[in-house]
Design a protein around this ligand. Structure first.
Ligand SMILES: Nc1ncnc2c1ncn2[C@@H]1O[C@H](COP(=O)(O)OP(=O)(O)O)[C@@H](O)[C@H]1O
Ligand SMILES: [Mg+2]
Length: 281
C-alpha cells in the first residue's frame, strides 16, 4: 500500500527553504504535498526543522525561497488572518492560548475573529464542544479545569474555526495514558469525518497506533515520506535520525524472512500475525 494521491491536495510545499536572520538554514528545500483526509505523523529529532516547517504552513514564517500553496493558492498572496482560518495550529502548552472567562467564549473567539455570522458561531461552538466531549464544561472558566480538560479546550478552540488542516504539536504530553487515548480517539474521529491532521510527537507508539502517513525530517530535509507502515518499517533509515520505532517492529523484523519489508505496527497486529497464525497451523 502507498499514499493515496488521488485526493485533493490541501497543502503543498514547493522547494521550501528557510534561513533565519542569524544565517542558519533550517529548511533546505522541502517538496511535500498533503492531501485532504491525510493523518500525518511528523517526525524528526529536536532541531530537525519540524516547527519551522509548520510555521510556514500557518503563515507565521514566510519562505526564504520556494512557496506554500493552500488549496492551490499561493500563501504569499494571503493575509495571515486568511491563512490561519484554513490552517489551525494548537500550541504545545494549552495555557499559551487560553484566555477567555468561559469555555464557550474561548471556543467562540476564533470564529468571531474569522467573521462568522452569529448563527455560524453558535453552531461551530456547539459542534466543537460535542466533538471534544466538553459540553458539560461550556460555562466553566477554563482556568479552573484540570490539565487534560484545558488541553481539550485548546484543541476545540482551534477546531471551532473549522480549519481545513489541523496541526497539533505534542498534544499528548503531560496527559496520563487514559486521557491521551481519549484525546487521540477524538482526533481519529475528526479525521474520519474528513479533517486533515498533522500530528507532531516524539512518541513513536502514538505515531504507529494513530497516523496513516509518516514524514521524517532530518537537518532541514525530508528524508522519508510514505505510509506510516512503510516509514516505521525502515528501521535503518530511522536509526540515522536517532528515532527508534516501537520494539514490536524490531521484534517482527527479527522473526520475519529477510525479504519481508513491512511489519506490524502495534502489539495487536503482532499478535494477529505471529501468534494467531501460529495457532492456526
Ligand atoms: N528564531 C530562530 N533563529 C535561529 N535559529 C533558529 C530559530 N528557531 C529555530 N532555529 C534553529 O532551526 C533549527 C530547526 O528548529 P525547529 O524548527 O524548532 O526544529 P524542531 O521543531 O524539529 O525541534 C534548529 O537548529 C534551531 O536551533
Ligand atoms: Mg519543535
Amino acid at each position: 500500500m502507498s499514499i493515496d494521491t488521488t485526493k485533493d491536495p490541501v497543502l503543498q510545499a514547493i522547494g521550501l527553504e528557510h534561513t533565519y536572520d542569524n544565517g542558519f538554514q533550517a529548511l533546505k528545500g522541502i517538496d511535500l504535498t498533503i492531501y485532504r483526509g491525510d493523518y500525518i505523523g511528523l517526525i524528526g529529532q529536536n532541531g530537525s526543522g519540524k516547527t519551522t516547517m509548520i510555521k510556514h504552513f500557518n503563515g507565521l514564517l514566510r519562505p526564504t525561497k520556494g512557496k506554500i500553496l493552500i488549496n492551490g493558492v499561493d500563501e504569499a498572496t494571503m493575509t495571515i488572518g486568511k491563512i490561519s482560518k484554513q490552517v489551525g495550529f494548537v500550541f504545545q502548552n494549552p495555557d499559551h492560548q487560553i484566555f477567555c472567562p468561559s469555555v464557550s467564549e474561548e471556543l467562540a473567539f476564533g470564529p468571531k475573529n474569522c467573521g462568522m455570522s452569529p448563527g455560524e458561531i453558535k453552531d461551530s461552538v456547539e459542534d466543537a464542544l460535542e466533538s471534544f466531549k466538553i459540553t458539560e464544561y461550556a460555562n466553566h472558566p477554563p482556568a479552573i479545569l484540570g490539565f487534560g480538560l484545558r488541553r481539550k479546550v485548546s484543541l476545540a478552540a482551534v477546531f471551532s474555526c473549522r480549519p481545513t488542516v489541523f496541526i497539533m504539536d505534542e498534544p499528548t504530553v503531560g496527559l496520563d495514558h487514559r486521557s491521551a487515548r481519549e484525546l487521540l480517539d477524538i482526533v481519529g474521529e475528526l479525521n474520519s469525518n474528513g479533517c486533515t491532521i498533522i500530528l507532531i510527537t516524539h512518541d513513536m507508539r502514538v505515531i504507529c497506533e494513530n497516523t496513516k502517513r509518516g514524514i521524517v525530517l532530518r537537518s532541514g530535509k525530508l528524508i522519508l515520506d510514505g505510509t506510516t507502515r512503510e516509514v516505521m518499517s525502515n528501521i535503518e533509515m530511522l536509526e540515522q535520525t536517532q528515532i527508534r520505532p516501537p520494539q514490536v517492529i524490531e521484534l517482527s523484523k527479527e522473526l520475519s524472512p529477510p525479504d519481508v519489508r513491512e511489519f506490524p505496527l502495534t502489539t495487536d497486529e503482532f499478535i494477529k500475525k505471529f501468534i494467531k497464525a501460529k495457532k492456526a497451523m
